[in-house]
Structure formats: structure tokens, C-alpha cells
Ligand binder design. Structure first.
Ligand SMILES: Nc1ncnc2c1ncn2[C@@H]1O[C@H](COP(=O)(O)OP(=O)(O)OP(=O)(O)O)[C@@H](O)[C@H]1O
Ligand SMILES: [Mg+2]
Length: 283
């Protein structure tokens, strides 16, 4: 048995219940069964890695949670309440924020403007005319970045001139200006160098410290082991293992699940998870 399914004798406290739960999620694109009855849980103050080979269904699952794709089957619960996510706006209202690889930053705008895009601070006294209050936006931007430990000395520079790590950090920081509870990061370090990757991983740890549930999609198992508490493996669109305590397993065990070796034992451990017997462990 490879998976670290941890039995808990203690009564379940609110923080042990998942913040976000997916059950039986299926999605087909024509002849391709991208997801087949997938279960997935995200807990507060925890980084869960979603791993699997190319085409395993990771991005499709992220898109379903973020409202960019609709599942054919399955149900989604946020804080034990059944929810419908038909479009990205539904996910935002539920406190679910997504940072895709292409980031969707406005290159020609500065850091402050990118952080506040779509929710500019206005002076209410001016009524419908509004008024972008540059000073308070700049102050809020500086405080947000400083609080997250993100080092961007000049917030009035266009993001086009910033490094990949700084840009990724801005895309993540921006989601925190809302009421974000769950943040979905699809390959946040894929295009980054060593130092920039380090900066983004530190930011992910900070999100966990703030109580968020963080979903990290990554092919880089070094990064997964550096920052994630749990890992959920997809193989050909199906669950193929839940590792509840990454500090107790080796990379080889995850690689076996990713490549479909010994899939029988992984699936049997998953049954235990679906029945609710798996418990959260902080790494
Ligand atoms: N819009 C779409 N139309 C048709 N097929 C799709 C679509 N989106 C995804 N697929 C297919 O669904 C499967 C899962 O794709 P998905 O992008 O979720 O994989 P992934 O795990 O994110 O892979 P990668 O690691 O390469 O990013 C693949 O076979 C892919 O070709
Ligand atoms: Mg993908």
C-alpha cells in the first residue's frame, strides 16, 4: 500500500472538513474522456498538489472548479454546501480564484493598476463619475506586496519590464484583494528560473499561512515536495492515489502513481478517501 491515508480517531473539527469538495466529476471532449468520476478535496491552510502526466486531466479539473468548463457529471461543495459553478463569476463569488499560466496581466499598465484591475478605489462622494484614488491604490498595493513578502521595489513600473517571478507574484497577489478562500495555480513555476521559482514557492507558503486552500498543478516534483502538504494524482482522467502526508513518502512513490504503475493499490486507497476516512495531515 503506497498511499498515506491517515485514520483519525478525534472528532472532526471544522478545519478538518474540506473547504472545497468535488465528487464524481466527469468530462468528455468528443472521443476523449478527459475526467472520469474524479474526487478531489481542498482544505484550509493546506497546499494540495494536483499531479499527473500530460493529458491526465489536471487543467480540465482546474477549469471546472473555476467555471471555465462545465462537468458532464458530478457535484461540487464549498464548505459542505452544494454549489453550481456555471461561469468564472460564480467561482469568484464563492471565493475561488484562479491564476492561469498566461496570467492575464495588462503589460502596459503598472503594478498598482494591475493589482486593482476591475476594482479601482473610488471616492464615493463623486458619485457615478467616480475617481480613481491613485494614492490609496498605491498604498494598498505596497502593503499587500510587503505583507506577502513579494519584492517589487517600483510599483509604478509597467509589468512588461518585470521578471517572470514578479509577474506571477502580482497575478497571485491580485486574487487576494477579493474574499479568496481557495486559489488554483496551474503550473505557476513552469517558465521560471531558480530564484524566481523560490520567490513564488515562498508566496504559496504565505497563502497557506493566511488560511487559504491552495491547489498547485505542477510537473516539478521538487517544487511539489518543497511546498505541498498533500498530493492527488490523476492518471488518464482518473484518480490514481491520494498522498495525505508528503513528508512520509518518496518521489518514486508519486512517480509510480503518475505513470500508472501499481495503480490497483492506489485505487484501493482512494476508496478509503471517498468514504471520508482520509484525514488531513500537515507536512
Ligand atoms: N477543449 C478541449 N477540447 C478537446 N479536448 C480537450 C480539451 N481540453 C482538454 N482536452 C483533452 O482532455 C485531456 C486532458 O487535458 P488537460 O489539459 O486537462 O490535461 P493536463 O493534465 O492539464 O495536461 P498537461 O500536463 O499537458 O497540461 C487531453 O487528452 C486533452 O487533449
Ligand atoms: Mg494542463
Amino acid at each position: 500500500m503506497v498511499s498515506q491515508v491517515v485514520q483519525s480517531g478525534a472528532a472532526e473539527s471544522a478545519t478538518d472538513l474540506p473547504l472545497l469538495s468535488l465528487r464524481g466529476i466527469s468530462k468528455r471532449f468528443g472521443a476523449v474522456q478527459a475526467l472520469a468520476s474524479v474526487d478531489f478535496d481542498v482544505y484550509r491552510s493546506q497546499v494540495v498538489a494536483l499531479v499527473g502526466d500530460n493529458g491526465a486531466g489536471k487543467s480540465t479539473l482546474i477549469k471546472i472548479i473555476s467555471g471555465a468548463e462545465k462537468p458532464d457529471e458530478g457535484r461540487i461543495e464549498v464548505e459542505q454546501r452544494s454549489v453550481s459553478i456555471h461561469q468564472p463569476d460564480d467561482a469568484s463569488k464563492l471565493g475561488i480564484a484562479t491564476v492561469y499560466q498566461d496570467l492575464a496581466l495588462c503589460e502596459n499598465l503598472d503594478v498598482v493598476a494591475n493589482l486593482h484591475l476591475g476594482r479601482e478605489v473610488t471616492l464615493p462622494a463623486l458619485g457615478p463619475l467616480g475617481w480613481m484614488n491613485g494614492t490609496s491604490m498605491e498604498r494598498a498595493a505596497r502593503e499587500l506586496l510587503r505583507g506577502l513578502g513579494v519584492n517589487i521595489p517600483e510599483v509604478r513600473r509597467a509589468v512588461a519590464v518585470l521578471s517572470g517571478g514578479q509577474r506571477q507574484s502580482i497575478a497571485v497577489a491580485r486574487t487576494l484583494l477579493g474574499n479568496t478562500k481557495v486559489i488554483l495555480l496551474d503550473e505557476p513555476t513552469a517558465a521560471l528560473g531558480v530564484a524566481q521559482t523560490h520567490q513564488v514557492l515562498a508566496l504559496i507558503s504565505e497563502l497557506r499561512e493566511r488560511g487559504l486552500g491552495v491547489v498547485l498543478v505542477s510537473h516539478n516534483l521538487g517544487n511539489v515536495f518543497a511546498v505541498a502538504d498533500r498530493a492527488v494524482v490523476l492518471f488518464l482522467g482518473r484518480n490514481n492515489g491520494v498522498f495525505d502526508d508528503l513528508s512520509r513518502i518518496s518521489q518514486e512513490e508519486i512517480v509510480a502513481a503518475i505513470t500508472g504503475v501499481d495503480s490497483k493499490s492506489h485505487n484501493s486507497s482512494l476508496e478509503a478517501d471517498s468514504q471520508g476516512t482520509a484525514r488531513r495531515r500537515r507536512g
